[in-house]
Ligand binder design. Structure first.
Ligand SMILES: Cc1cc2nc3c(=O)[nH]c(=O)nc-3n(C[C@H](O)[C@H](O)[C@H](O)COP(=O)(O)O)c2cc1C
Length: 156
């Protein structure tokens, strides 16, 4: 799903998320979902430019205040994809329980090399400096969290 306008086709995911060839009944369901989405957004399905613009909103997390990028240690195997899926699901369900909405996004998968340039993701997990677990203070020791109540226009 990489975007044309961003030269996204040069990027490839490390693992295939979607089937290389869509077959029924998934093909039709996928199309219906896409049509419903564009209809809800008032985008004509032949309007490729607006479709592209909408797709690119993935990369600003659809203006969400928080984006989480989830990675998996390459040494793990297929079962861990399931484990990680359950882990992600827990985050989504817990967020909902806290009154928050979320949106799972596979759209970042092709851009792991770009993400890696910006986040300190470990390459060499054998290197001693990467295995060292430094002692950490509990979060409450050094941080307090405040939100902004936009209705009351005050920090809470
Ligand atoms: C694993 C997974 C990956 C998804 N990837 C994207 C994505 O990259 N971009 C996007 O707009 N929606 C993506 N979606 C769809 C949305 O996360 C969401 O599921 C969809 O908007 C339907 O909302 P609902 O699940 O609350 O009904 C993905 C959904 C799942 C389950």
């Amino acid at each position: 799903m990489p975007g044309r306008s961003a030269g996204g086709e040069q990027h490839r995911p490390e693992y295939e998320y979607y089937p290389s060839q869509w077959v029924e009944p998934y093909l039709d369901r996928r199309r219906q979902n896409g049509f419903a989405l564009y209809e809800a957004l008032g985008i004509d399905r032949r309007d490729l430019q607006r479709r592209e613009q909408q797709m690119l909103r993935n990369y600003s997390f659809f203006d969400a205040p928080v984006g989480l990028l989830v990675t998996l240690d390459r040494r793990l195997n297929t079962g861990s994809y399931m484990d990680l899926g359950m882990f992600i699901q827990n985050i989504l369900v817990t967020a909902r329980g806290q009154g928050l909405h979320s949106c799972a996004q596979a759209a970042f998968a092709p851009f792991h090399a770009v993400v890696r340039r910006h986040l300190p993701l470990c390459e060499d997990t054998q290197a001693p400096e990467n295995c060292l677990l430094t002692e950490r203070q509990p979060v409450e020791e050094f941080a307090s969290f405040h939100g902004f109540d936009t209705a009351a226009e005050r920090v809470c």
